[in-house]
Design a protein around this ligand. Structure first.
Ligand code: UDP
Length: 236
C-alpha cells in the first residue's frame, strides 16, 4: 500500500491518500491539545499507544459485531483504514460522572450511573463543538433519523463490550467519545480512535486516572499513564 499525499492534518493525526481511493492511512502524532485547543503540548509515545490500542479495541468490537473502519496496522504509528465521510457528531457515552458532566450539573466525579448516558456534540471547531440533541442533529441535517438510531445502538453496544473488557483488566471505563463514518454505500462504521485521548480510564482499585485528564489537569505522570494502559491491554 503506497502512501501518497497528505489529505488532512488534525490535532493528533495525519491522514494520507493511498493508491486505493477507498482506503487511507492514518498516522498518529504525539501532539496533544486540550481545553478547546487552548492547551498544547506533546506526550512522548502517545501516538504509538493510541494507534495500537485503538486498533486492538476495534478488532475486539468487530468480533462482537460492531463494524469499524479498521483494515490493517502498518506500523507502530500507522494504520490503513477504510475511507469514510465522518458524521459531524461527537458521541459521548458516560458510565460514571466526570469532566464536563460534573461541571455542568454540579456533581462530584465518581457517581456510578444506573444506566449509561449518551450525548451529542456538533463537531465544528468554529462553534466549539456545541452540545446538541438528536432533533437538532436532524434539523441541521448532520445525519438522518435512521443513521442516528444506528449510531445510538452501536455506541451503547461499544460501551457494553468495552466496559466488560476493561473491568477484566482492572480498569473502570468512566466515559468516552466516539465518531462514526459513512462508507460509499451509506453503511455506518465506527471511525476515529478509542484511546486514552478519547476515554477516561480509572484504576478499579485506586481510582487513579490513566488517561488524558493527567495532561488536561497538569497532574504529571502523563507518559506513564499511557504506558500503563498499554501494559494493561497488551500485558507487557
Ligand atoms: N472527549 C474527546 N474529545 C472531545 C471532548 C471529549 O475525546 O473533544 C472525551 C473525553 O476524553 C472524555 C469524554 O469524551 O473521555 C467526555 O468528555 P467531557 O464531556 O467530560 O469533556 P472534558 O471534561 O474532557 O472537556
Amino acid at each position: 500500500m503506497e502512501k501518497k499525499d497528505m489529505i488532512y492534518e488534525g490535532k493528533a493525526k495525519k491522514v494520507y491518500a493511498t493508491d486505493d481511493p477507498t482506503e487511507v492511512i492514518v498516522s498518529y502524532k504525539d501532539d496533544a491539545t486540550a481545553l478547546d485547543g487552548l492547551k498544547r503540548g506533546s506526550i512522548a509515545g502517545k501516538g504509538v499507544v493510541n494507534n495500537k490500542m485503538s486498533n486492538y479495541l476495534m478488532q475486539i468490537l468487530e468480533k462482537h459485531g460492531v463494524p469499524t473502519h479498521f483494515v490493517k496496522e502498518l506500523s507502530d504509528r500507522e494504520t490503513l483504514v477504510k475511507r469514510v465521510s465522518i458524521v459531524p457528531l461527537e458521541v459521548i457515552i458516560r458510565n460514571i460522572s466526570a469532566g464536563s458532566f460534573s461541571k455542568k450539573y454540579g456533581v462530584e466525579e465518581g457517581i456510578v450511573f444506573e444506566s449509561p448516558t449518551i450525548e451529542f456534540s456538533y463537531k465544528n471547531d468554529e462553534l466549539h463543538d456545541p452540545l446538541i440533541n438528536e432533533y437538532h442533529a436532524l434539523a441541521l441535517k448532520l445525519a438522518t433519523k435512521e443513521e442516528i438510531d444506528t449510531i445510538k445502538s452501536m455506541a451503547f453496544k461499544v460501551n457494553e463490550v468495552l466496559k466488560e473488557y476493561f473491568i477484566n483488566l482492572g480498569i473502570k471505563l468512566v466515559d468516552f467519545k466516539l465518531e462514526f463514518g459513512r462508507l460509499p454505500d451509506g453503511k455506518i462504521v465506527l471511525a476515529d480512535e478509542i484511546s486514552p485521548d478519547t476515554c477516561r480510564f480509572w484504576d478499579a482499585k485506586t481510582n487513579e486516572k490513566l488517561d488524558k485528564d493527567r495532561f488536561r489537569r497538569d497532574m504529571g505522570g502523563v507518559e506513564e499513564a499511557y504506558q500503563e494502559m498499554m501494559r494493561r491491554v497488551f500485558g507487557k
